[in-house]
Write a protein that binds this ligand. Structure first.
Ligand code: B12
Ligand code: SF4
Length: 496
C-alpha cells in the first residue's frame, strides 16, 4: 500500500518517521510530501496516488491540514485521510465536522497505525482500531485508547530515510534531531503535556525514557550514514530524572561527544549536573521562565519554581560557559503591565544569551483555557479558527493579537514586541514605556521579528543555521511569488 505523509514545513517530523518505520516493516511504501513553496506538490502527490494520506497536526496548523486535506480528497477521492497529533487528540470532533477526514488517531500512534495497516481495507476490523475514531459508511466509531508504550526500546528507530532520500537539504543539514523519551511530569496549566497525562491516566506510565544504550545506538547509526555535527534533543524537558540523565551523559561523553542542545527545567540544575552537561558537550540549553512573579507563576501556571533557583541555575550555566535561551509569555489572564515587567526584570537579571516572549495563546483543551472561560478572561473573538490561523513564528509581519480580556492588553502586546530588545538593553525601558500606550501595530511586530532574528542568528548552532535565519528574515520583505522564485533559483528553502 502507498502511504503519503503531508506537511508544510521543511523539517523532519519525528512522529512521521516513527510511523514510517512501522509501515515499512509491514512492507508498505511511504513518501513524505512537503508542501512549503512547492508548486508541484499536488501534481506529484496525484502521480504517487496514495491509498492512505496522513497528517500530523498541531492546533495552529489545523487550517493547513483542513485546506490541504479538502483539496486532496477532491483530487484523489479514493484515498483515506488520517489525522494524528496533538490537535485531533484534543479535538477529535474535527472528524464529524469535516467529511474529507476518514479517521483521527488520539495519542501515541505506532501500535494503532500498525493495527490500521493490518486491518485495511476490512471495514469490520477497521471499526475497532484502538485510539482511532473512524468514519465508516458515515458512522463514527470511537474506540478506547491503548496503554502508553511501556518499553520505548521495543519500537523501531525512526525511519529517517523518508526525508533524507527525498530531500537532500534535510539530509545534508549538520544538525539532526533525537528524542530520549516521551512525556513530561509537570502540571503546567497551559501545556498539552498536562492534558496528555490526564488522557493516559491509568493507562501505564506516561513519562518514559529509552535506555541510554538504545539512544547511543541510534545516534551511531545516523552518524554512520548521514552528516551529523550537532544534535538537538527535542524532548520537552531533558532533566526531570537526574539519575537517568547523569548515566546517559556519562555514556554520551565517552561514545558520542557531539555538541548538543537540550531543553531543561532551570530549577532542576545543580553544579554537578551542569558540569556533566558541559563535559558531555552541551552547547546550549533552552528553558522557560514564562512569568517573572513567583506567586503568579505558581498559581496561574502551576509552575512553582523559585526565582532564586532560576538565578542560581543561570549562574551555573554562565560559570560553565553554556549558552542559554529563555522563553516567556506575555498577556496571561490576570496579568498586569507591572507583572509583565517583572518577567522582563527576571530575564534582565539572569542575562541570557537570547530571550523572547510570545503572546499567550489559550489552546483549547488546556486547563488554563477552561479556567479562563469560567472566569470571563476569554475574549468574544476567540474561536477555534482564530487559534488555528495563528501562523508559525517568524513568518507573519502582521499586527499581533491576543484573546485575553484585560484593560492593559494593548500595552502587554506592545511589551512583547520590545521584549527581546529590552532584555539586552534595559536602559531603553524609559524610551519604550511611552510607546506601550500606542495601539499594537505591524511595525512594532516587525521590530521584534528583526530583533529576535538577530539574536537567533547569534544563537545559531551552526553556520548553515545562521544563514537560514538571514534568509528567514529577508524573505518576509518579498511577496510570496518573488520569494518562491528566489528560493527556486538559489535552491534553498527555509529549514526550521
Ligand atoms: C519538534 C517539535 C516541533 C517541530 C516539528 C513538529 C512536528 N510536527 O513534528 C517544529 C519546529 C516544526 C514545530 C513547530 C510547531 N510546534 Co511544535 N513541537 C515539537 C515537539 C517539541 C516534539 C514533537 C515530536 O517530535 N514529538 C515526538 C513524536 C514521536 O510525537 P508526535 O509528533 O506527537 O507523533 C506521534 C503521535 O502524535 C501520533 N501521530 C502524529 N501524527 C500522526 C498521524 C497519523 C495518521 C497517526 C495515525 C498518528 C500520528 O503518532 C506519533 C508516534 O507516536 C512537541 C512537543 C512534544 N512532546 O511532542 C511540540 C508541539 C507539538 N509543538 C507545538 C506547537 C504549538 C508548535 C507550533 C504551532 C509552534 C508555532 N506557533 O509555530 C508549530 C506547528 C508546526 C506543525 N506543523 O506541527 C505544540 C502543539 C500543541 C497543539 N495542541 O497543537 C507541542 C505539543 C508543544 C507543547 N507542549 O505545547 N514543533
Ligand atoms: S515543564 Fe514544559 S513541557 Fe512540561 S508540562 Fe510544563 S510547559 Fe509542558
Amino acid at each position: 500500500m502507498k502511504i503519503a505523509f503531508i506537511q508544510e514545513e521543511v523539517y523532519t517530523f519525528m512522529g512521521y518517521m516513527y510511523l514510517a518505520a512501522v509501515a515499512k516493516k509491514l512492507k508498505h511504501d511511504c513518501e513524505v510530501f512537503i508542501r512549503g513553496n512547492d508548486e508541484n506538490f499536488m501534481k506529484s502527490l496525484i502521480e504517487y496516488s496514495p491509498e492512505v494520506v496522513c497528517f500530523n497536526t498541531a492546533t495552529p496548523k489545523y487550517q493547513f491540514t483542513r485546506e490541504t486535506a479538502c483539496e486532496i480528497k477532491k483530487k484523489i477521492p479514493s484515498c483515506m485521510i488520517l489525522v494524528g497529533g496533538w490537535h485531533p487528540t484534543f479535538c477529535p470532533e474535527i472528524l464529524e465536522m469535516e467529511d474529507f477526514f476518514d479517521a483521527v488517531c488520539l495519542g501515541e500512534g505506532e501500535l494503532p497505525f500498525k493495527i490500521f495497516l493490518e486491518s485495511y481495507p476490512d471495514e469490520e476490523k477497521m471499526k475497532t482500531i484502538p485510539n482511532f475514531h473512524i468514519k465508516i459508511d458515515n458512522k463514527v466509531y470511537q474506540n478506547p485508547m491503548l496503554d502508553a508504550i511501556d518499553n520505548l526500546d521495543s519500537i523501531e528507530f525512526p525511519d529517517r530515510s523518508i526525508y533524507y532520500d527525498k530531500y537532500p537539504i534535510l539530509r545534508d543539514q549538520h544538525t539532526k534531531i533525537f528524542m530520549i523519551g516521551r512525556g513530561c511530569p509537570y502540571p503546567c496549566t497551559f501545556c498539552f503535556n498536562t492534558m496528555m497525562k490526564n488522557l493516559y491516566k491509568n493507562k501505564g506510565q506516561y513519562v518514559r525514557f529509552r535506555s541510554p544504550e538504545n539512544i547511543i545506538e541510534e545516534i551511531k547509526q545516523v552518524k554512520s550514514k548521514y552528516p551529523l555535527k550537532y544534535i538537538k534533543f527535542n524532548d520537552d524537558t531533558l532533566n526531570y530524572n537526574r539519575k537517568w540523565l547523569m548515566q546517559f551523559l556519562e555514556i554520551y561523553e565517552k561514545e558520542i561527544k557531539i555538541p548538543f542542545i537540550a531543553v531543561c527545567r532551570i530549577d532542576r540544575l545543580d553544579e554537578e549536573l551542569v558540569k556533566k552537561f558541559k563535559d558531555a558537550g552541551v552547547d546550549k540549553i533552552n528553558f522557560s521562565i514564562e512569568q517573572g512573579n513567583e506567586e503568579f507563576r505558581a498559581k496561574v501556571l502551576k509552575r512553582p519554581m523559585k526565582n532564586k533557583d532560576i538565578i542560581e541555575g543561570c549562574r551555573l550555566l554562565r560559570k560553565y560557559n553554556i549558552r542559554f535561551y529563555i522563553s516567556n509569555m506575555i498577556g496571561l489572564p490576570g496579568e498586569t503591565l507591572d507583572l509583565a515587567l517583572e518577567t522582563l526584570k527576571m530575564n534582565q537579571i539572569v542575562k541570557p544569551t537570547a530571550a523572547a516572549a510570545g503572546i499567550f495563546m489559550p489552546y483549547p483543551g488546556t486547563e488554563i483555557h477552561e479556567s479562563m472561560k469560567e472566569q470571563g478572561y476569554l475574549s468574544k473573538e476567540y474561536k477555534l479558527d482564530s487559534v488555528a490561523s495563528q501562523l508559525t513564528w517568524g513568518t507573519n509581519n502582521v499586527t499581533p493579537t491576543s484573546y485575553v480580556v484585560s484593560d492593559e492588553i494593548n500595552k502587554l502586546i506592545n511589551l512583547h514586541s520590545f521584549f527581546s530588545f529590552l532584555v539586552k538593553h534595559p536602559k531603553f525601558l524609559c524610551i519604550v514605556k511611552p510607546l506601550l500606550n500606542l495601539p499594537p501595530n505591524r511595525y512594532f511586530e516587525m521590530f521584534t521579528n528583526w530583533y529576535v532574528f538577530k539574536t537567533k542568528y547569534q544563537y545559531s548552532a551552526t553556520r548553515e543555521e545562521s544563514i537560514s535565519y538571514i534568509w528567514l528574515l529577508l524573505r518576509n520583505i518579498f511577496p510570496l511569488s518573488i520569494r518562491t522564485k528566489i528560493e527556486k533559483m538559489i535552491g534553498f528553502q527555509v529549514v526550521i
